[in-house]
Design a protein around this ligand. Structure first.
Ligand code: FAD
Length: 467
């Protein structure tokens, strides 16, 4: 009998991780399996796209990953890039609220205060807003609930002002979504648990996070890591570790049919591929199309995706005349701005920028301002420069810019998301044994979350085939 075939569909970071660890397991344990990674576009990496231009390293998609979730650094180490990992330079960051920049209050975690003094003295909130937030210490905990909107939960505990001026700009920056629609349990279930356990988020965070050093001199290491040559170097390094015949690029899977004990994949090049197990690492709507004969996959049609665009602009450092001491800011919706976030990339990641230059990256595309993503490069540049010049003085136009549009690609974990994923998984187990989901549409959008899902899918496939 020939080797069993495993198909991994989608060569973003989730699929790439799955293919890599499958191959490693097969080699280590001499398993009678073969892997095929099928990617619709001509390149692996999905949303990871680094551009090198005029000496700058520009990320069109993700620019870093959370260090405390260890799977991404582990994958980089597996790929031989351990020495290229770089930790973010810590610097001041700001929130733009009511048209003004305010320092992020020290000790806040995802917008929730853990230290009282920086919060009380912050210019970000009014006195009534601060008093309302202190209600978190005394308000009763909410009734146990399956799920609720992030916005609803935080407004109840801390009041509207803290949500609007701090929590919303930070969280909607991560999820490119509306906090009043996003699911608490699919994004920050730990806050729900904290409320249930401690009756207060502030107290819960104080109990569970490291206390600041007494002298105040010990600098906290930055929370994010990236790679010296850009995140695409991770994709390239992992791809190089795969056997040549493993990867099929420029070929999409159109349809998947169950044939007795195996699956028949119809490919866009007119060919077909047979697989004993499948890892679906393509976005949810692509998965729905491949398996559209199954009504339960229609759940994915209920899951929206939003769009964003970013523009990276290079300047001569001297052209930024009225600079700000910090690494960037996020924008609250109560400001008359269209940009949603801005990073002074040259300060946050100095390795990306040649000496004497500045690299600024800004996002547009609030959930209620989606049309801006479709504007021309020039229009986006103009909007961004106009907004930036309200806060700093930039002379003239950028020497170089890279505009990237991400249309309908940011999956929205709306209320009930976890249950939705669970329902589809249960149906798949019943009707599509040996087919597993991985990737940003399902159980976490951060790079380490997608890598974790790739690793988990490997475990599931091996358990299935080894049965
Ligand atoms: P994708 O990268 O979307 O890969 C899916 C792949 O499937 C694609 O390559 C696609 O071509 C392929 N495919 C689709 N249909 C088919 C088919 N029919 N057949 C074969 N192949 C198919 N995360 C962080 O941790 N840090 C950040 O700083 C960060 N910033 C971000 C900034 C932006 C602008 C964006 C868009 C995302 C950001 N994220 C960030 C999130 C993170 O980048 C993504 O969640 C993650 O890269 C998604 O990986 P994935 O493998 O699940 O999906």
């Amino acid at each position: 009998m020939g080797n069993k075939q495993i198909a991994v569909i989608g060569g973003g970071i989730a699929g790439l991780t799955a293919a890599y660890y499958l191959q490693k397991e097969i080699r280590t344990h001499q398993l009678p399996y073969e892997v095929k990674l099928i990617e619709a576009s001509e390149e692996l990496g999905g949303k990871i796209k680094t551009v090198k231009k005029d000496g700058f390293t520009i990320e069109r998609g993700p620019d870093s990953f959370l260090a405390r979730k260890t799977s991404a650094a582990r994958l980089a180490t597996e790929a031989g890039l351990e020495d290229e990992l770089i930790r973010v330079s810590s610097g001041k960051s700001y929130i733009l609220a009511n048209g003004e920049l305010h320092s992020m209050p020290k000790g806040s975690f995802m917008g929730i205060p853990t230290q009282i003094k920086p919060f009380v003295t912050s210019s970000l909130f009014s006195i009534p807003g601060k008093l309302r937030a202190a209600g978190d210490f005394v308000l009763p905990k909410g009734k146990p609930q399956e799920d609720q909107a992030l916005g609803h939960f935080f407004r109840r505990r801390l009041g509207n002002e803290v949500v609007e001026n701090m929590i919303e700009p930070l969280l909607s920056g991560i999820y490119s979504g509306d906090v009043d629609k996003l699911s608490l349990m699919a994004t920050f279930p730990n806050f729900y648990d904290m409320e249930q356990k401690y009756g207060s988020l502030i107290r819960g965070l104080q109990e569970t996070t490291a206390k600041p050093s007494k002298s105040g001199t010990q600098k906290k290491p930055g929370m994010f890591l990236t790679l010296k040559n850009g995140l695409s170097s991770l994709v390239t390094a992992v791809e190089e570790k795969l056997e040549e015949e493993t990867v099929l690029k420029g070929v999409a899977v159109n349809q998947i049919e169950k044939k007795n004990e195996s699956y028949q994949l119809s490919l866009s090049n007119g060919k077909a591929l047979s697989a004993d197990a499948v890892i679906m690492a393509a976005p949810h709507l692509a998965a729905q199309k491949m398996l559209n004969q199954y009504d339960f996959m229609n759940e994915w049609k209920e899951m929206p995706s939003t769009s964003v665009a970013n523009v990276a602009m290079a300047f001569d450092a001297a052209d930024i005349e009225d600079d700000i001491d910090g690494t960037g800011f996020v924008v609250s919706r109560n400001s008359d701005f269209r940009i949603t976030a801005c990073t002074w990339t040259h300060k946050k990641w100095p390795h990306t920028t040649p000496e004497g230059k500045a690299l600024v990256r800004c996002y547009v595309g609030r959930p209620d301002d989606q049309e801006v993503v479709h504007f021309s490069d020039e229009e986006i540049e103009e909007i961004v420069l106009r907004d930036l010049n309200k806060q700093m003085k930039i002379k003239g136009k950028p020497e170089m810019k890279v505009v990237t549009r991400w249309k309908n690609v940011m999956p929205q974990y709306t209320v009930g998301h976890k249950q939705r994923v669970q329902r589809v998984k249960e149906q798949m187990e019943q009707h599509l044994p040996g087919v597993f989901l991985a990737g940003s549409s399902y159980e976490g959008i951060g790079l380490p979350d997608c890598i974790d899902q790739g690793e988990n899918a490997v475990r599931d496939v091996l358990a299935f085939l080894n049965k």
